[in-house]
Design a protein around this ligand. Sequence first.
Ligand code: PEP
Length: 252
Amino acid sequence: MRRPIIAGNWKMHKTVQESIDIGVGLKRKFYTFSEADIVICPPFTALSKVSAVIMDSAIMLGAQDMYWESEGAFTGEISPSMLKDAGCRYVIIGHSERRHIFGETDEAVNKKLKVALKHGMVPIMCIGEKLEERDHGMTFEVLEKQLGRGLKDFAKDEAVRVVIAYEPVWAIGTGRTATPQQAQEAHKFIRDFIERTYDKEAAAKIRIQYGGSVKPGNIAQLMAQEDVDGALVGGASLDVNSFTEIVQNAVL
Ligand code: PEP
């Protein structure tokens, strides 16, 4: 049985104090919670403070990106050990905004995933097709390419530690959610890819989140799909009440 995982990606939102306030609010709701993994990914500037706030609660901390080197002359970048030092257990890798706004390649995603695992972190690897790719019937081709290149040279025991987030680009921040059927179809494709590449055991283990305009009102239907194991939530994770409802409705 796969453990559900709900993660909040705050993107480039919230000051340190605002982040602390959300952390305090969420800690009140999820001081203890055993039905799912709950992860919040504030901006880098707030990680340490939020880490201190949510300590001893059921909420875990994640970052939104990182570089693959441990340290050195890489102005503007942040390393896995720095993130761990700030309290992060999770890290989002290859978000579509990184890929499409900042030109992040599958090869960079592959390096970052490897290094995250090496440091004992859990990477959340984002994949997903653009609207024109879906319209041209290329969804599975795009997913296959991103999976194959992202997980290149990963042994089975490494691959199963990665959380995969299927995030159709056309559903991110648009208010347009994939239907539960569209999500299930893509998630099944991803799970089948893992089975083809590794085996049935790996496919049964790997957790696949859906991301794209997830709200308190649509999470239950998405989670009801056989291959949907959780959600990566953007906008709706910025509010304590809506994120709380999403987590609660996910495990109803
Ligand atoms: C995201 O940023 O990963 C995301 C899914 O955003 P939203 O929930 O706002 O669509």
